[in-house]
Write a protein that binds this ligand. Structure first.
Ligand code: SF4
Ligand code: SF4
Length: 465
C-alpha cells in the first residue's frame, strides 16, 4: 500500500494539525490589551501634540501621542516602566477632541498615570498628591470650623510649610470655605421634600401664567410630563464647601422651571483622583456615585451637574475606566445643568422678559466643557439677554487643570498656559469673568484679579424673582 493519504482521512489529519497550530497567539496577553484597538487607530498625524497646552509651553513634555499609544506599546514589555513625564499631563483632555481617529488618549493617560503611581510607591510627593486628590476629605474637616481654617490657610507660615514640605505652591490663595455648606443650607431649607413642594407651586403658577385657554389645550400627556420634572443634582465637593452660591443658584433656577430637585449623598466625581493617578480612590468614589444615581435614574430622574469636570467624569471617564452595574445608564442620563435646561425649556422666551442689568462678562469655556460640545453654550444662551454681554476670551486652556497648577513644579507652566487667556480677559472692558469650572475660575481670578461668576448665577439673576 502506498503512503498516499486516503482522502477520507485527510480531513481528520488536517483538523488535528490545526488543533496543534491554531489559533496563532500573536498577542498572547490579548485579554489584558483592551486598549489595543484604540492604539492601533493612531496614524501619527500629531494633531494631539499640536493641541496640547502643556507641550506648547514646556519643551520637556513629550506630548499626548507619546503618553498615549506610544507609551502603551512600550510598556507591553515587562521591563519597561511608565515614563515619569505622564505626571506632566494636566488631564485637560484637549488631545481627545483633537484626535481625528478616536484614539482614547485620556483613558490611556489615566491608566498609565495610575500604573506609574503604583510603581513609584510611597513618598512625600505621593502624600501631597493623595491629599490634593482627596480634596473632599480635607474640605469636610476644614469646613467644620471654616473661619479658623480660612485664617490658618491664609497665613504665610502655612503656605511656606505647604510649599517646602509638600510642594504645594505658595503663589496661590487657598480657596475659602463657606461658613455654611450647600448641604447644610439644603437640609435647613427642608431637603428634597421642600424642593418638591416649591416645584409643584412653580408649575401651578406657570400654568396660571400660561392662561386658562392654553391650559385646556394641554394634553393629559403634556401635563403628565410636566409632573415628572425631576433632577438629581451632582454638586461635587467644591460647590458644597466653597461656592454654595452656585449650587443654590442651580436649585432656584430649576425650581423656577418647575423641577423637583433631589440632592442625594455623593462622593467626589473622581476628577482630581484620575488626574493624580489615585485610581483606587477614584474607583471607590465612582462606585458610590453610580450606585446612588442609578437608583434615582430608575425612578425617572436625570442627573445635572454645575461643574463641567464633574459631568465629564460621570459621562466619559466612568464608562472608560469602570464597569459597575449602572455606569452606562448614569453616563447616558448626566448633563451639564445649563445644557439640560436648553434641551427641555424655552430659555430664550424665559430670558426675553428679564430686566437684569449685569454688564459684560469675560467668558472662558473650560476644556472639559469643550469636550462635551459646550464651548459656545454660554455665549448662545445669553446672546439675546439685554443687560448681559458675554465676550468669549478665546479657546486657550486656563492652565490650572484642577490640582495640576497647585503643584509647585507645575506652577510656572500653568501660568504660562494661562497667559493668553489673561491677556484676552484684560482686553475686555469689564472686570468680571464667567466660567463653569471652579478651578478655571480660580486661575482667572489669580491671573487678573477679576471677580468670576458661574452662568447659573447669571441665569438666577435673570429668571428668578
Ligand atoms: S490631556 Fe491635555 S495636557 Fe495631557 S496630553 Fe492631552 S492635551 Fe496634553
Ligand atoms: S491625533 Fe490621534 S491619530 Fe493623530 S497622532 Fe494623536 S493619537 Fe495618533
Amino acid at each position: 500500500m502506498s503512503d498516499s493519504v486516503d482522502p477520507s482521512d485527510a480531513t481528520d489529519r488536517t483538523d488535528d494539525a490545526f488543533d496543534d497550530e491554531y489559533p496563532v497567539q500573536v498577542f498572547p496577553e490579548a485579554e489584558e490589551m483592551d486598549l489595543r484597538p484604540g492604539t492601533d487607530d493612531c496614524y501619527k498625524c500629531s494633531s494631539c501634540d499640536v493641541s496640547c497646552p502643556v507641550a506648547e509651553v514646556d519643551d520637556t513634555f513629550p506630548g499626548p501621542k507619546f503618553q498615549g499609544p506610544e507609551q502603551w506599546r512600550l510598556t507591553r514589555k515587562e521591563d519597561v516602566e511608565v515614563d515619569a513625564s505622564i505626571k506632566q499631563c494636566s488631564n485637560c483632555m484637549r488631545c481627545d477632541s483633537a484626535c481625528p481617529s478616536g484614539v482614547p488618549l485620556s483613558q490611556m493617560h489615566n491608566t498609565a498615570r495610575a500604573k506609574y503611581v503604583e510603581e513609584q510607591g510611597l513618598s512625600l510627593t505621593y502624600l501631597r498628591d493623595r491629599i490634593l486628590a482627596n480634596y473632599g476629605t480635607l474640605a469636610r474637616l476644614g469646613s467644620r470650623v471654616p473661619r479658623l481654617t480660612n485664617l490658618v490657610m491664609g497665613l504665610g507660615i502655612t503656605k511656606l510649610v505647604n510649599e517646602r514640605v509638600l510642594g504645594i505652591t505658595s503663589e496661590r490663595e487657598f480657596p475659602a470655605f463657606a461658613t455654611e455648606t450647600f448641604r447644610e443650607w439644603w437640609d435647613e431649607r427642608g431637603g428634597d421634600d421642600a424642593s418638591k413642594a416649591r416645584a409643584q407651586e412653580a408649575r401651578r403658577l406657570r400654568r396660571l401664567g400660561q392662561g386658562e385657554r392654553r391650559s385646556r389645550e394641554r394634553t393629559r400627556a403634556e401635563r403628565g410630563d410636566e409632573d415628572r420634572k425631576r433632577v438629581a443634582y451632582f454638586h461635587g465637593d467644591y460647590a458644597n464647601y466653597n461656592t454654595p452660591e452656585v449650587a443654590k443658584a442651580l436649585v432656584r433656577v430649576y425650581e423656577h422651571f418647575g423641577y423637583e430637585v433631589a440632592v442625594p449623598d455623593q462622593r467626589c466625581s473622581g476628577t482630581p483622583m484620575f488626574a493624580n493617578g489615585m485610581m483606587d480612590d477614584a474607583r471607590r468614589a465612582a462606585r458610590f456615585n453610580v450606585e446612588t444615581f442609578r437608583e434615582l435614574i430608575e425612578e425617572g430622574y436625570d442627573v445635572v451637574c454645575s461643574c463641567t469636570s464633574c459631568s465629564m467624569a460621570l459621562r466619559k471617564e466612568y464608562p472608560e475606566l469602570f464597569d459597575f452595574e449602572g455606569t452606562d445608564a448614569v453616563a447616558a442620563h448626566t448633563y451639564d445643568a445649563v445644557e439640560y435646561l436648553r434641551i427641555h425649556e424655552d430659555l430664550p422666551s424665559a430670558l426675553a422678559d428679564s430686566a437684569v442689568s449685569l454688564g459684560e462678562f469675560a467668558y472662558h469655556a473650560p476644556c472639559h466643557a469643550r469636550n462635551q460640545g459646550l464651548a459656545n453654550q454660554s455665549r448662545e444662551v445669553f446672546a439675546d439677554l439685554d443687560g448681559v454681554d458675554v465676550t468669549d476670551v478665546g479657546d486657550s486652556c486656563s492652565g490650572i487643570s484642577g490640582t495640576y497648577g497647585w503643584k509647585g513644579e507645575n506652577y510656572d507652566v500653568s501660568m504660562a498656559i494661562g497667559e493668553e487667556m489673561f491677556e484676552h480677559m484684560e482686553a475686555v472692558e469689564s472686570s468680571v469673568g464667567m466660567t463653569e469650572c471652579p478651578t478655571c475660575a480660580m486661575q482667572m481670578e489669580h491671573g487678573t484679579g477679576y471677580e468670576i461668576r458661574h452662568p447659573l448665577e447669571v441665569l438666577e439673576a435673570a429668571v428668578v424673582e
